[in-house]
Ligand binder design. Structure first.
Ligand SMILES: NC(=O)c1ccc[n+]([C@@H]2O[C@H](COP(=O)([O-])OP(=O)(O)OC[C@H]3O[C@@H](n4cnc5c(N)ncnc54)[C@H](OP(=O)(O)O)[C@@H]3O)[C@@H](O)[C@H]2O)c1
Length: 244
């Protein structure tokens, strides 16, 4: 299988890429740090990847995304699976008083992903097969007062994916929305960990299985589906008083 991983140096992406490498797949990686891409490529090759290529890109440079995707297609031939992983967790209090910061975060977590999806959808329609998987977040399921800039961007992507899934269905292209809960990664290094936290490896296993099964919406780990069902059911007059 030919796998394109975008935001490939993220902890969750790396854990997923390692599973694919051990299965001897061909991989193409896109991320913004050349040093880390080199290291990761070497690691994946040692683990068994059939071939590994990469392209360096700050994904907020929307106009340069197509060139990187074309490089991926040039390397892989066709794309069987594309996994979009990049993201950033803003300081909510700063982002809600600075539109400049909010816009930057919405670009990273929302618009850069929609730009990629616009390009990738056309390429996969032409192929007539493939799977597009995107890491969104449980934070997009309901706007919480401690996290609503990030949550709004993730929710925008989830809604976009719902519609895109219908558009791509006749072309045999699956769209998988992966919504992790709390994952111990560099993004959350500053947060106190507890019982609900999981590892990038655990989430990666779920990502690979869900892509194989072409599942539409996936909570990772699965217990987050029940948690978010309850969170969505809390009446607004109570929810607006909750500081979590
Ligand atoms: N950790 C959680 O609790 C959690 C929960 C739900 C969803 N998620 C989502 O899971 C995904 C992976 O996050 P993670 O937990 O694995 O955290 P992570 O290791 O911090 O990964 C985030 C990645 O995004 C990359 N990135 C950010 N802005 C970028 C840009 N403009 N161009 C290119 N790359 C950019 C970062 O690149 P650099 O390494 O170069 O900085 C980093 O590799 C993200 O979409 C995140 O929102 C995480």
């Amino acid at each position: 299988m030919n796998i394109l991983i975008i935001g490939a140096t993220s902890a969750i992406a790396k854990a997923t890429a390692r599973i694919y490498a051990e299965r001897r797949q061909d991989l193409f990686l896109i991320a913004r740090s050349e040093d880390r891409l080199k290291q990761l490529s070497a690691d994946l090759t040692v683990r068994g990847a059939e071939s590994v290529g990469y392209s360096v890109l700050d994904l907020n440079k929307f106009n340069e995304q197509e060139k990187a995707i074309d490089q991926a297609i040039g390397f892989l031939g066709t794309i069987d699976v594309v996994l979009i992983c990049h993201g950033s967790l803003p300081n909510q209090q700063e982002a809600e008083i600075s539109f400049r910061l909010a816009q930057k975060e919405i670009n990273t977590n929302g618009l850069s992903v929609i730009s990629l999806l616009t390009l990738l959808a056309e390429k996969l329609i032409l192929q007539g097969n493939g799977t597009i998987a995107v890491i969104t977040s449980v934070a997009g399921d309901r706007g919480r007062q401690t996290n609503f800039v990030y949550g709004a961007a993730k929710s925008m992507v989830s809604t976009y994916l719902q519609g895109l899934r219908g558009k791509l269905f006749p072309f045999n292209v699956a769209v998988v929305d992966i919504r992790p809960g709390l994952v111990d990664s560099p993004m959350t290094a500053h947060l106190k960990k507890g019982a609900l936290w999981s590892s990038p490896d655990r989430v990666a296993g779920k990502i690979v299985r869900s892509i194989e099964k072409r599942k539409p919406t996936v909570y990772a780990p699965g217990y987050w589906r029940a948690i978010m069902l309850i969170v969505r059911l809390v009446p607004e007059f109570i929810f607006k008083r909750l500081k979590f």
